[in-house]
Ligand binder design. Structure first.
Ligand code: AMP
Length: 152
């Protein structure tokens, strides 16, 4: 029987989130609290190295704010879909791996569940986010192999 009492599932809000949340629920004890975290990445981080500083395009801040509202709504929708309470969703802004680790620490989570794709090369087994979360984390991490339509 599982002893995980507080489980944190990291979701990117794509359809693969269903697989991650389902595994998080299955991995926890019967009375476990399952939490969801989504991290909004700053738009300018995508362009680092291309644009040295400041907004990448006019109106970026407003666009980011709109996106934040939409992502927060989607996170709540995922929680509802899996019967999780409102207080169990955590929306953050910044670097996904760093924020996932921070939320896990704040909650005292004993298990982090994260999706992983079949990458090649150095990321052969672990996706980049899963790989980064693992670095320096002092708790168990379950990397869920995401199955797509193209899988055998
Ligand atoms: P990746 O291989 O980097 O695309 O990451 C795959 C997994 O990392 C997803 O299935 C999620 O579990 C997690 N993940 C990726 N991005 C985020 C994000 N912005 N917020 C929370 N979790 C994320």
């Amino acid at each position: 029987m599982s002893e995980y009492k507080t489980v944190l599932a990291a979701v990117d809000l794509s359809e693969e989130s269903a697989q991650v949340i389902a595994r998080a629920k299955a991995a926890g004890a019967e009375d476990a609290a399952v939490h969801l975290v989504h991290v909004q990445e700053p738009m300018d981080s995508v362009y680092l190295g291309v644009v040295p500083f400041g907004p990448v395009f006019p109106g970026m801040d407003e666009a980011e704010e709109k996106l934040r509202e939409e992502l927060q709504k989607r996170l709540d929708d995922w929680a509802k879909r899996f019967g999780l309470s409102d207080g169990n969703t955590h929306f953050r802004y910044g670097s996904p791996a760093h924020e996932i680790r921070t939320v896990a620490e704040e909650l005292g989570a004993d298990l982090i569940v994260i999706g992983t794709h079949g990458q090649k090369g150095v990321q052969l087994l672990l996706g980049s986010t899963a790989n980064s979360v693992l670095h320096g984390v002092g708790r168990d991490v379950l990397a869920v192999r995401i199955h797509g339509e193209s899988d055998d």
